[in-house]
Design a protein around this ligand. Sequence first.
Ligand code: ADP
Ligand code: F6P
Length: 318
Amino acid sequence: MKKIAILTSGGDAPGMNAAIRAVVRTALHNGIEVMGVERGFYGLINGELKPMDRNSVSDIVHKGGTILKTARLETFKDRAVQEKAAQVLRIFGIEGLVVVGGDGSFHGAAKLSELGINTIGIPGTIDNDLAYTDFTLGFDTAVDTVVEAINKLKDTSASHERCSIVEVMGRHCGDIALYAGIAGGAELVVVPEKPYSVNDVVKLILEGRSRDKHHYLIVMAEGVGGAKEMAEEIEEVTGLETRITVLGHIQRGGSPSSADRILAAKFGHRAVELLMEGKTSRVVGIRDNHIIDMDIHEALAMENVFDEKLLTIAQEIS
Ligand code: ADP
Ligand code: F6P
């Protein structure tokens, strides 16, 4: 293996830069040239590749976002576009490609590997929605960001004796809500994996009133929907003033946590090792605190198993 490339794709996630750094430095350490592809699959088909040296990844380990930029390209689902990408990689003499991204990006990576490109995936998404790995890059930092916001919301909702509903990202996955809800001491966590009833929420508030509790923090995953309807119902039935905060893209930014930086270092290092071992069509991950790798198609076929136990803990200690 003499030359590899790396790209970041889909929604950016804190820790992507640390992963780029780890891949570039591990490759250079082993005498492999690296090219950075800008703007994900979009940049790839347009030949937006640039050589990366040690200095090009200096001072980025602590930065959010991705220095390679990212993009979404719907047409990458077309065979002809995938073939063009494979052709560009061959023209540049690339023998291995590292794709940092989420589920969608991994589908693109799988297609490239089917076209004969040695491809390795690194899970980079705040959503933590990839079943084969316990954690994805960016999740830990996003949870910290939400907890920081919850701390602030609690101050104001306690002072005004209000209910605060905070809507967090995660697409169809409730992990950000669940982890941040526990860490932030929320009264209630609502996730798409578990049906909920507004009546139960109202009941919780009315029961709390009998214990002289007058402020609430509810964390709702965006995949649930209906925050406005829930707020209206709470106000109408309990009379408790209710406000909604949608945290939005703030959750995607910021300096990565130490945990995400370390994970990025391990993932990046292993990805290059796999390419050097001649492996292809694999994704790296972490399970039970061990770095693992598995076939990309198998990984994508796995169904997310929701952590019921953690939700029970959230409910019982709220
Ligand atoms: P993420 O990787 O964070 O899940 P997206 O779902 O937006 O983000 O996917 C990122 C990109 O991956 C898409 O814009 C597209 O270029 C590519 N992609 C997604 N799904 C597929 C697919 N089924 N086949 C090929 N490429 C895909
Ligand atoms: O996949 C990451 C994510 O931030 C999701 O949590 C969210 O639903 C989506 O991307 C938002 O996408 P966009 O940046 O296109 O608004």
